[in-house]
Ligand binder design. Structure first.
Ligand SMILES: [Zn+2]
Ligand SMILES: [Zn+2]
Length: 469
């Protein structure tokens, strides 16, 4: 089937111009100048013409940090691959890269296969995986080489969560050396988990059990120290480094210094760190449990958010992902009712990233092309998915969002599609709305209806990051 998207403003990372997009089957075959003979011929020949007047035509979002049905702290993230990827589609995200987890003592391959099986046939949009290496053994290191060739080209390690996912500096260095030789991208959860656990235990023993203590004990110093250490280790290991979910300005400073020195260091942040704060969201008694995530929300008065927006403009922060990791308040967050340490860490937001970062355009923080670059183009390039994903150009997958930049609406648990009993974004009024979403040429969202099916999404064998030098 051929489709022409007509009369819209096509936005890519390089500009925003009136253009018409011709889709043949699953692929974009032409981007045409309106009013030309070629555009007219395309319209005459198209089996379907979609009017996009007064809207933006943008590449589908690429969210490279999600955790669908992740087992964590005795429970499982509440979105499965079906509900989570469907919610993503509603919010204009047409690709996710989720995580498979190798835990202590387990075999990398078996853990990956189990995860692939969970996703297979259940996703509404295309998906890939990073591999979490939770036990850096000789066998795991060898396996990393094989995975790179099978399209799992990035690996996440943790400097936090001792006894669960934690790797010590020697293990981290060995994994970095492996990435240096196999071309993989090393992703790091950079927080000093050993030190955090000391403060967390002391707080608990003083009877400080509320959710806000999660924010107090996960100090910004622990994030910046770990970020600094990861950068130094990556320098020695000669590996590229991608810092996930950066929230502290002090950590951003470390990334900025490294990048100014020419290091292959990249970082992402997430919408929650740009809009939520320790005082306004985490510090509201038990209700703050909805905002327990790691790295934590930072104090408003320390002005982290201004610095994060600055980083998004200067490319010291290259990507916005969500770290979507939803837990319901009832029975899930409640596990930590009497002990903040037992609250499952995570915020659900896969549906709201495109809209929340578009508010940066509305508020004059970033440009329209930069919005697309942060939410789609760079994540695709970073994770080896470009030019299939992340742009609108001949040969790219027809993952396209028709975005109404003027529609004003309010986010609520009553209108979101994530499997959660609350919304961290409840009551937030946004300008801008995903009206129509194409996934590989198939119109899966239109007219407030979902027209797709689980299993539409395909597993993506990713190449190497485009950014490595
Ligand atoms: Zn993490
Ligand atoms: Zn995460």
């Amino acid at each position: 089937m051929t489709t022409l998207i007509k009369n819209g403003t096509v936005v890519t990372s390089t500009g925003a111009d009136p253009a018409e997009v011709l889709i043949d089957g699953e692929i974009v075959v032409a981007v045409l100048q309106p009013g030309t003979d070629l555009a007219q011929a395309a319209e005459n020949g198209a089996e379907r013409v979609v009017a996009a007047s007064d809207t933006l035509v943008v590449p589908g979002g690429v969210d490279v940090h999600t955790h669908m049905e992740l087992p964590f702290g005795g429970t499982v993230a509440s979105d499965d691959f079906e509900s989570g990827t469907t919610a993503a589609a509603w919010g204009g995200t047409t690709t996710i890269v989720d995580f498979a987890t190798q835990s202590k003592g387990l075999d990398v391959r078996e853990c990956l296969d189990a995860r692939l099986e969970l996703a297979q046939g259940n996703c509404a949009i295309d998906y890939g995986f990073h591999m979490i290496i939770g036990d850096v053994t000789d066998a795991a290191l060898k396996e990393m080489d094989l995975l790179v060739n099978e399209g799992i080209s990035s690996f996440k390690l943790f400097m936090a969560y001792p006894g669960v996912f934690y790797s010590d500096d020697g293990e981290i260095l060995r994994a970095m050396q492996q990435c240096a030789s196999n071309g993989g991208l090393l992703m790091m959860h950079a927080e000093n988990g050993i030190a955090i656990d000391v403060l967390a235990e002391q707080a608990f023993e003083r009877g400080e059990t509320d959710p806000v203590n999660h924010g107090y004990v996960r100090r910004a110093e622990f994030e910046s120290e770990a970020t600094h250490r990861a950068i130094q280790l990556a320098k020695v290991g000669a590996a590229p480094l991608y810092i996930v979910h950066l929230s502290a300005k002090e950590a951003l400073e470390q990334v900025t210094i490294a990048r100014d020195n020419g290091a292959n260091v990249f970082a992402e942040t997430c919408p929650q760190y740009l809009y939520f704060s320790l005082e306004d969201h985490l510090d509201q008694g038990w209700d703050g449990a909805a905002y327990v995530c790691s790295t934590p929300l930072r104090p408003h008065h320390e002005h982290h958010q201004d610095e994060l927006w600055r980083g998004l403009r200067t490319n010291d922060l290259a990507v916005v992902s969500t770290d979507h990791c939803p837990f319901c308040m009832k029975e899930q967050k409640e596990l930590g009712k009497n002990d903040f340490r037992a609250i499952p860490n995570g915020i659900g937001g896969v549906e709201h990233r495109m809209d929340m970062i578009f508010q940066g355009v509305v508020n004059g923080e970033i440009s329209l092309p930069r919005w697309v670059e942060l939410c789609s183009t760079t994540p695709a390039r970073m994770m080896g998915l470009h030019p299939k994903k992340g742009t609108i150009q001949p040969g790219a997958d027809a993952d396209i969002v028709i975005y109404d930049p003027n529609k004003v609406w309010t986010i609520s648990v009553d209108n979101h599609h994530m499997n959660m009993d609350h919304s961290a974004y409840e009551g937030i009024q946004v300008t801008g709305h995903c009206d129509t979403v194409f996934s590989r040429g198939q119109m899966i969202i239109d007219d407030d209806q979902y027209h797709g099916r689980k299993g539409d999404g395909q597993f993506l064998r990713r190449g190497l990051s485009s950014y490595l030098i």
